[in-house]
Design a protein around this ligand. Structure first.
Ligand SMILES: Nc1ncnc2c1ncn2[C@@H]1O[C@H](COP(=O)(O)OP(=O)(O)OP(=O)(O)O)[C@@H](O)[C@H]1O
Ligand SMILES: [Mg+2]
Length: 234
């Protein structure tokens, strides 16, 4: 386990620019792996007005996410989401990120799908942010992933691309090849398998790394946590 010397929080924002690619699944499971396998002090922030991360972890959305006290779940600190996150100002979201910040803490932010929301504007202008781009491995997800990566690049924000829902089908293999060629070193060594354990974990309101740590998706997301820790990102 690496020793951390950071006197501010590290922030990993999980996005894709497209609906349903697995952002929330990966955010929750990565956060749990960082807390459980790497003893990190982890805060999870639901930045999506849909409140999926909040529900996925068995919590209820709150009326005012910017004021609500965080809750402790599974050894992590969760800042719950809610519908009123839609339309809040960038400065209010910046303040929200700041209140979760502690020296040595790793903050995992679950982004909404749309790229033109204040959430993206805020995380992409916050010093110390690392962007995790999670496209689903299909041709439709690639343009949005590239757009998001280009937004990060333009602002000097480090990022990594990790493909989700890998399976043995030709379009999936092709999408992975295309991403690997296009992104090179920005492509994670990890590829997350499609697996039934994800839906089973959601039913139990648990991150897949907690419910089935040795399932194919569970293993992959734990390997992603290992990769980010080894590189000092998390
Ligand atoms: N590796 C996987 N294997 C199987 N199913 C998966 C995997 N990752 C995600 N899913 C499924 O894909 C669907 C979308 O996942 P999730 O809600 O995490 O995506 P999202 O990108 O956060 O969506 P949104 O854009 O609505 O926020 C869910 O039904 C989830 O169970
Ligand atoms: Mg989501």
């Amino acid at each position: 386990m690496s020793v951390r010397q950071s006197d501010t929080a590290r922030i990993i924002a999980v996005g894709s620019g497209k609906g349903g690619t697995g952002k929330t699944t990966v955010a929750a499971a990565l956060a749990f792996a960082l807390a459980n396998d790497h003893a990190r002090d982890v805060a999870l922030i639901d930045f999506d007005p849909q409140g999926s991360l909040t529900r996925f972890t068995g919590q209820r959305a709150v009326a005012d996410p910017l004021q609500a006290e965080p809750v402790e779940i599974l050894g992590m600190t969760l800042y719950r989401g809610g519908a009123t996150l839609a339309g809040v100002s960038p400065s209010a979201l910046t303040q929200h990120l700041r209140r979760a910040s502690r020296p040595g803490r790793t903050i995992v932010v679950d982004m909404r799908p749309m790229l033109d929301d204040p959430g993206h504007a805020v995380v992409l202008s916050t010093p110390g942010v690392f962007l995790l781009v999670v496209p689903e491995l299909n041709p439709e997800s690639i343009p949005e992933a590239r757009k998001l990566a280009a937004m990060a690049e333009a602002r000097g924000i480090p990022f990594r691309v990790v493909g989700n829902k890998e399976e043995n089908r030709r379009p999936v293999k092709r999408a992975l090849e295309f991403l690997s060629t296009g992104f090179g070193t920005e492509m994670s060594d990890v590829v997350i398998k499609r697996g039934a354990a994800v839906a089973e974990a959601h039913e139990r309101q648990l991150p897949v790394t907690a419910y089935a740590p040795d399932s194919p998706p569970g293993r992959a997301i734990r390997a992603l946590a290992d990769e980010l820790v080894a590189e000092g990102v998390a």
